[in-house]
Write a protein that binds this ligand. Structure first.
Ligand code: GDP
Ligand code: IMO
Ligand code: MG
Length: 432
């Protein structure tokens, strides 16, 4: 299975980083294909714990080529800090390449993101405030700056000047804040370009060469399919396509080349930011405390913004929906160990909308807020699972829970996470 996409199947933070880190040892290349530093991917291995925002999570494998693909939006300052910090910790970044086509987050994008959120008031989206939406909007409006532009000073200045003039009109007149200085911004970004020069390249031939040789390639997703612009709970979504279609577009591979799409799902559900969450559990419910895991390194606190995540039961209606529109054939179920102490566990199997029972999420925000989840209740296993490495050694109730999820969503089991570390993984199918 040479070309595999690993995508988030829920609202993000499914543990994509740890799965990529575990699989990267067998991959020739890892390509992060979308999002920006709104992402926070945690990797725990023999080198330590890493919170990666832009660097592909295969970086701890020195033999693996790590690529930041065309579909990513890059804040160069954040990326440079991340690369410096990795080098300081003994992780080589020599094998990291950045697509010259990837767009760059500029200071006015970050400003715009924060000002737009403030202007939304009670209707705020709860963005990460990293300039993601405005950067993708400018890409689509054809006024974006690309990584390759930073390496050609004359062309960069000629492009940036009219863009900053236009941005400053909005910033000073509409939002009544200070303008963004042209030359200061230009010089800072030229410096970033110089620092990143040895990494920025045309990645297309690199990826095509490996594809031709049938080398194992892993496409690394950011965010989750339910944050997708078209299929997510619009407008409470991110501004990129985090799913399998986005993987092809953002890495520059044709859909016919994909051999497998792995969907990463937590054994329950979490969401950060605003927006509907049908199976959300109230903050004062005792189950919430178990799912939040406060006090542990894997507590449900945002890797990027430090916000406490909302938690809920596994929603098989939404999970089947993300399996369907992404062609997910294999599941990676993480954080099964978090459920170890619960006496019973619920799975949402359908929704009640008025008098109707439905098995697919309604597209209207009004209706999705009105639905009542219908739950199936399964017995818990009340036994630690973190030390287990074989599916058949899991307690029967844990095996039954996982099997039921696979049955409800319609995909085979690929792997299970029973702890945050690289080797705390149960493999149930061959991936590469
Ligand atoms: P990502 O954005 O999808 O890469 O996920 P995050 O890193 O933002 O959030 C996942 C969190 O769960 C991190 O703290 C991980 O260390 C942790 N984690 C991942 N898989 C497991 C698992 O199987 N068990 C436990 N206990 N923690 C896990
Ligand atoms: P990883 O890759 C969880 C959410 C934000 C907000 C919405 C829009 O770690 O899974 P944005 O800044 O993208 O415009 O915010 O999307 N969001 C994430 N939630 N994990 C992420 O990434 C996320 N990236 C964006 O919280 O609700
Ligand atoms: Mg995350």
């Amino acid at each position: 299975m040479p070309l595999v996409a690993l995508i988030g199947g829920q609202w993000g933070d499914e543990g994509k980083g740890r799965i990529v880190d575990a699989l990267a040892g067998k991959a020739r290349m890892v390509v992060r294909y979308g999002g920006g530093n709104n992402a926070g991917h945690t990797v725990v291995n023999k080198h330590g714990t890493f919170k990666l925002h832009l660097t592909p999570a295969g970086i701890c494998n020195p033999e693996t080529i790590n690529i930041i693909g065309h579909g990513v939006v890059i804040d160069p300052k954040i990326l440079i800090e991340e690369l410096d910090s990795l080098e300081e910790r003994g992780i080589s970044t020599a094998n990291l390449y950045i697509s010259d086509r990837a767009h760059v987050i500029m200071p006015y994008h970050v400003l715009q993101d924060k000002l737009e959120e403030r202007a939304r008031g009670d209707n705020k989206i709860g963005t990460t405030g990293r300039g993601i939406g405005p950067a993708y909007a400018d890409k689509v409006a054809r006024i974006g700056i690309r990584a390759g532009d930073l390496l050609d000073q004359e062309m960069f200045l000629a492009r940036l000047k009219p863009i900053i003039e236009q941005k400053n009109q909005v910033l000073t007149r509409f939002y009544e804040v200070k303008p963004v200085p042209l030359m200061e911004t230009f010089l800072a970004y030229v410096r970033y370009g110089v620092r990143l020069m040895r990494h920025i390249t045309n990645i297309h031939p690199m990826i095509q060469r490996e594809l031709t040789q049938d080398a194992p390639i892993l496409l690394e997703g950011a965010q989750g399919a339910l944050l997708d612009l078209d299929f997510g709970t619009y407008p409470y979504v991110t501004s990129s396509p985090p799913g399998a279609a986005g993987a092809c577009q953002g890495a520059g591979v044709g859909p016919t080349r994909l051999n497998s799409v792995i969907g990463a799902y937590k054994a329950y559900a979490t969401r950060v930011g605003e927006g509907p969450f049908p199976t959300e559990i109230a903050l004062d419910d005792p189950v919430t405390e178990t799912l939040l895991q406060v006090g542990t390194p894997w507590a449900e606190v945002g890797t990027t913004t430090g916000r406490v995540r909302r938690v809920g039961w596994f929603d098989a209606v939404l999970a089947r929906y993300t399996v369907e529109f992404n062609g997910i054939d294999t599941l990676a179920i993480t954080k099964l160990d978090v459920l170890d102490t619960l006496p019973t566990i619920k799975i949402c199997v359908a929704y009640k909308l008025g008098d109707e029972i439905i098995y697919t999420p309604p597209s209207s925000l009004v209706n999705i807020k009105r639905i009542d989840p219908i739950y199936e209740e399964l017995p818990g296993w009340r036994t630690p699972t973190s030390h287990i490495r074989d599916f058949h050694h899991l307690p029967p109730a844990a095996q039954a829970y996982v099997a039921r999820i696979c049955e409800l969503v319609g995909a085979r089991l690929g792997m299970i996470g029973v702890g945050p570390e690289r080797d705390q993984t149960i493999y149930a199918a061959r991936i590469f």
